[in-house]
Design a protein around this ligand. Structure first.
Ligand code: SAH
Length: 221
């Protein structure tokens, strides 16, 4: 019994390794991404009552009608963003509990993250501090307009699904920059990888997905 509570039960290294094994079976190949999943304490990103489920490959509620993304999706998005390149600055839209932020922060010099629900952002910031992540900058804002002051970005990762790709995010991509974004209505969403080229944008569908909708404006609760 004690073991469960002191973190060597359901949150043990063995439990985390099992999650990584599942991701390998699902087609995640990047060793560095798998290591990040193994080494990042996902149980600190959910309520204590859900901690024993933190290493299941599922989305879980984080309050405010939002969810922590499924580990497979976090791994898939991270893998697509870092493949064959190094990153200086990345923008994340939809901080949520901050799990994807902390994973991505391990692969870029700086990460800028925006969240429209202040209550989630406050808690995410506490986690960044606790985990000693010093390369994360965050802001309470509507991600539809990106973060122009720090553009252009080598990578942009979006954790909520708009119906169409926001123009501002395309504009804030560097040449050869990659935008990973779920697009479409609930029940019919595709994860897109959009790469900016000198003369336009290339688009590839990388998966079928199910994200919370991307909303407009900010929420102050
Ligand atoms: N990245 C998180 C996933 C959070 S779920 C993780 O690692 O688990 C998606 C988040 O996007 C929610 O917190 C939601 O509030 C936020 N969101 C939705 N629309 C947004 C917008 N226009 N701007 C910023 N954040 C938005």
């Amino acid at each position: 019994m004690m073991a469960e509570h002191s973190g060597i039960g359901m949150t043990s290294q063995r439990t985390r390794d099992r999650l990584a094994d599942t991701l390998v079976e699902m087609g995640i190949h990047s060793d560095v991404v798998l290591d990040a999943i193994r080494n990042t304490p996902r149980h600190l990103f959910v309520d204590e009552a859900l901690a024993t489920r933190a290493y299941e490959n599922t989305a879980l509620p984080i309050g405010f009608s939002q969810t922590i993304s499924q580990p497979y999706i976090v791994a898939k998005m991270t893998e697509a963003l870092i493949k064959d390149r190094s990153l200086e600055n990345v923008l994340e839209v939809g901080t949520g509990c901050g799990y994807q932020t902390v994973i991505m922060a391990q692969f870029t010099k700086r990460i800028y993250t925006v969240e429209r629900i202040n209550g989630l952002l406050i808690r995410a910031r506490e986690r960044f501090q606790k985990l000693g992540c010093t390369n994360i900058r965050s802001k309470h804002a509507d991600g539809n307009i990106g973060w122009p002051t720090h553009a252009p970005f080598d990578g942009i990762i979006v954790a909520a699904a708009p119906i169409g790709v926001p123009e501002a995010l395309l504009e804030q991509l560097a040449i050869e920059g990659r935008l990973i974004i779920p697009v479409g209505k609930s029940g019919d969403q595709k994860l897109l990888l959009i790469t900016r080229k000198e003369d336009g944008f290339e688009e590839e569908i990388i998966d079928s997905v199910s994200f919370v909708p991307m909303l407009g404006g900010i929420d102050t609760t």
